[in-house]
Design a protein around this ligand. Structure first.
Ligand SMILES: Cc1ncc(COP(=O)(O)O)c(C=O)c1O
Length: 508
């Protein structure tokens, strides 16, 4: 189907004089002509060139646009490391309750006891789940949590007079945000190799660990979906050198209620509330990345934190060793609110069941995918696993991981994460999450195994059912165009215009 042609024909809905609404004539008497109140050079000499459409056309335009995107509510979304789990709709209703939604962040503690109680309890829950007693809810996402924790670590070492600790060690399988956060916090980053089993190479770690080490950032389970079984040895080793251990908690979905980072030796960790505790996070946000730390680090947390005096709650700003604020007000409260609802609904047993089910689903899918793809690290895995399609790159069709992912879109599946972690060539990282049924996992596995055998042209030109197929992703990110622009008079429609209807989504 020639989408370009249909796009231009269907796009131009505008007809002069069409309106969604009719405003009554202005009944406010003007004491002075408009031109006397507003400087001449601020006055437009003609109305803005907006599309002129009826209400039904407007509604169809936006409804059709919304249906073009994949979301967890419409499609299976096994994006590894992103924990795209179902977002219960009840949370939306609760978060919209006027008593919470209509609060203003500048209200006094006396008038906000309800939300302060909720945030205080959220701090307690996150402390309990991590085994780390002090929590800040401020960071706005996982990466922001990493940065905040590294500032806290720097403040702690400064306070102890150990400013020579300039290095942060990071495994080569870590998410890119780990070394980026360390660099942004002013540390030098040192990469620690993984062994052939996908776990931290202890000898390499020992060779890089020194008196100048400040922090070791470890992800457990790691980004290959493997539990770092030597974690206690690692944390003891770090502590024997006076260094701290940071746990990247993006993968908490695998271990809720089963083990706690504080118990295996981590000193600090972040949560991705938008992943583990179901904040809707497709499309880039908002996130929430609280951190939990040991009590000796608590004085350095960002102020304010919520405290309880008797039966009253208040914001405590009296923290002289605090690193200061890292986010306006109290963080992304809307996402914290949804996470709170999730934790309260499930309780400790329910959270444990979430992780058990997530691990079961990942292992089932791993087994099915390994019928046709290499899974370089032997299972069992935790909540996700990494397969590789490098064998297809070597055959005469030269099929890349991205070709398979694009083709999956034609069958109504969001792609797995590709090319990450970088320690696996042509990586396909899959995280099915606990909310998916066996039927969905089988349908996905059957499709991936089937398309693997398709001809090169079908795969390399995929997707065939989407209006946007293979954008230049770097350009798309760097020159993001989100606004409609009027066509130059008599000219061609602007490049970033999109059609109101088009090719159907779903299976061909
Ligand atoms: C392992 C890991 N660490 C850190 C992050 C960063 O989290 P955020 O996207 O919330 O900043 C991610 C995000 O995908 C991740 O997968």
């Amino acid at each position: 189907m020639n989408n370009t042609q249909s796009t231009e024909v269907i796009f131009e809905l505008s007809k002069p004089g069409r309106r969604c609404h009719r405003l009554p004539a202005c009944d406010v008497p003007s004491s002075q002509p408009l031109g006397a109140l507003i400087p001449q050079d601020h006055l437009a000499d003609q109305p803005p060139p907006l599309p002129e459409v009826g209400e039904i056309d407007l509604i169809r335009h936006y409804t059709n646009l919304s249906a073009r995107n994949m979301s967890i509510d419409t499609n299976f979304y096994p994006l590894g490391s992103c924990t795209m789990k179902y977002n219960p709709k009840r949370h939306e209703r609760l978060a919209a309750l006027p008593g919470f939604a209509d609060l203003h962040p500048l209200q006094t503690d006396d008038t906000t006891q309800g939300i302060l109680e909720l945030l205080y309890e959220m701090q307690q829950f996150l402390a309990e789940i991590s085994g780390l007693p002090a929590v800040t809810l401020q960071p706005a996402a996982g990466a922001h949590g990493e940065l905040t924790a590294l500032y806290v670590a720097a403040a702690y070492f400064r306070d102890k007079g150990e400013t020579h600790r300039k290095k942060v060690l990071v495994p080569d399988s870590a998410h890119g945000t780990n070394p980026a956060s360390a660099a942004l916090a002013g540390f030098e980053t040192i990469t620690v190799k993984s062994g052939t089993n996908g776990l931290v190479d202890l000898n390499d770690l020992k060779s890089k660990l020194g008196d100048d080490t400040a922090v070791f950032m470890i992800t457990n389970p790691n980004t290959l979906g493997l539990f770092e079984t030597q974690i206690k040895t690692i944390t003891d080793l770090l502590h024997s050198k006076g260094a701290l251990v940071y746990l990247d908690g993006a993968n908490m979905n695998a271990i809720l209620g089963i083990t706690r980072p504080g118990d295996f030796g981590a000193d600090m960790q972040h949560y991705n509330v938008h992943k583990t505790f179901t904040g809707p996070h497709g499309g880039g946000g908002p996130g929430s990345g609280p951190i939990a730390v040991r009590d000796f680090l608590a004085p350095h947390l960002p102020a304010p934190v919520v405290v309880k005096d008797g039966d009253r709650y208040r914001l405590n700003f009296d923290m002289p060793k605090s690193i200061g604020r890292v986010r306006s007000f109290f963080g992304n409260v809307g996402i914290l609110f949804r996470g709170y609802c999730y934790i309260r609904t499930l309780g400790p047993d329910g959270l444990k069941q979430v992780s058990e089910q997530a691990v079961l689903n990942a292992n089932y899918l791993r087994k099915r995918i390994s019928e046709g793809f290499e899974v370089p690290h032997p299972g069992p895995c935790m909540h996700e696993f990494v397969a590789s399609s490098r064998e297809l790159l070597r055959d005469k069709r030269k099929i890349k991981a991205i070709d398979l992912c694009k083709r999956l879109l034609d069958f109504g599946f969001h792609a797995p994460t590709v090319y990450f972690p970088m320690v696996v060539q042509e990586a396909l990282m899959m995280e099915p999450t606990e909310t998916e049924s066996k039927q969905t996992l089988d349908a996905f596995a059957d499709t991936l195994l089937k398309i693997k055998a398709e001809d090169a042209e079908t795969l390399k030109n995929a997707p065939h059912t989407h209006i946007v197929s293979r954008p230049d992703e770097v350009k798309a990110a760097k020159e993001l165009k989100l606004r409609w622009h009027a066509a130059p008079s008599g000219g061609v429609p602007a490049a970033d215009r999109v059609a109101t209807t088009g090719a159907p989504a779903g299976a061909p």
